[in-house]
Design a protein around this ligand. Structure first.
Ligand SMILES: Nc1nc2c(ncn2[C@@H]2O[C@H](COP(=O)(O)OP(=O)(O)OP(=O)(O)O)[C@@H](O)[C@H]2O)c(=O)[nH]1
Length: 259
């Protein structure tokens, strides 16, 4: 049985950095890991990838050839990947024996809660290759500093969970930077646990700019609460780097203490 992660999230949320950090961490704890870049807009990869969608289709070529913008181009690329799933399957087959798989997907969020191509690619891989995949959905923690943006992050997370139908972990990334956006209205657990959104609505109501959307926000918060599916874990990728570099020393130190 082969395990892996489908790494998704809005542009700039830290997917590529996460894949790089996670692959180094996994290697260090003795796992064989393969990173699969399925983002055709990822030009400067910090990790060594086992499979690169650029060998199949290039976003820049698609945009020129079909006169598409970056969003339309990415939808086209996912569509093309779905039609050529055998290409991806053949690239993955040699890795199945002993590798843990990390799939680095594009940041266009509509691919994961609206369009069917990316989901279809994932579903086909799961069925054809008997994979066990978890969605790791990264959301930039700075969205917590604005109640309106936080509600949109909750909605995005919920829609993505419902659309993909995978085991799913929502992650507030770049948590090390959260203080730099000013003091949060509530403590961090409030944002990670997503327990009682009425406090958030009250906070939003204090802002005259959001008065016009009061009813809409209330209804949206009720939908999120009724599903009761979304919560977050936090990530500071630098901890991953730290562990990758110092894990052998820490293990040696603990071993010495126990001995
Ligand atoms: N401080 C801090 N910066 C981070 C962290 N994770 C990612 N970054 C930075 O955030 C920026 C965007 O990260 P990427 O990994 O390129 O994000 P992405 O989601 O792959 O971006 P797209 O490919 O455009 O969708 C980079 O400058 C990273 O160095 C983190 O945990 N802490």
């Amino acid at each position: 049985m082969v395990f892996g992660q489908v790494v998704i999230g809005p542009p700039g949320s830290g997917k590529t950095t996460y894949c790089n950090g996670m692959s180094q961490f996994l290697k260090l704890i003795g796992r064989k890991v393969a990173v699969i870049n399925l983002d055709p807009a990822n030009d400067a990869l910090p990790y060594e990838c086992a499979v690169n969608i650029e060998e199949l289709v290039k976003l820049s070529d698609v945009m020129i050839e079909h006169s598409l913008g970056p969003n339309g181009g990415l939808v086209y690329c996912m569509d093309y990947l779905e039609k050529n799933i055998d290409w991806l399957q053949s690239k993955l087959e040699p890795l199945l024996k002993d590798h843990y798989l990390l799939f680095d997907f594009p940041g266009q969020v509509e691919l994961f809660f609206l369009h069917s191509n990316a989901k279809s690619v994932i579903t086909k891989l799961i069925k054809k290759l008997n994979l066990r995949l978890t969605a790791v959905h990264l959301v930039d923690a700075h969205l917590c500093s604005d109640p309106g943006k936080y509600v949109s992050a909750l909605l995005l997370s919920l829609s993505t969970m419902l659309h993909l139908e995978l085991p799913h972990i929502n992650v507030l990334s770049k948590i090390d930077l959260i203080e730099s956006y000013g003091k949060l209205a509530f403590n961090l657990e409030y944002y990670t646990d997503v327990q009682d959104l009425s406090y958030l609505q009250y906070h939003l109501d204090q802002d005259p700019r959001s008065a016009k959307y009061r009813k809409l926000t209330k209804e949206l918060c009720e939908v999120i609460e009724d599903y009761n599916l979304v919560n977050f874990t936090t990530l500071d990728i630098q901890v991953c780097w730290f562990l990758s570099i110092y894990l052998p020393e820490i293990t040696w130190f603990l071993f010495q203490c126990v001995a």
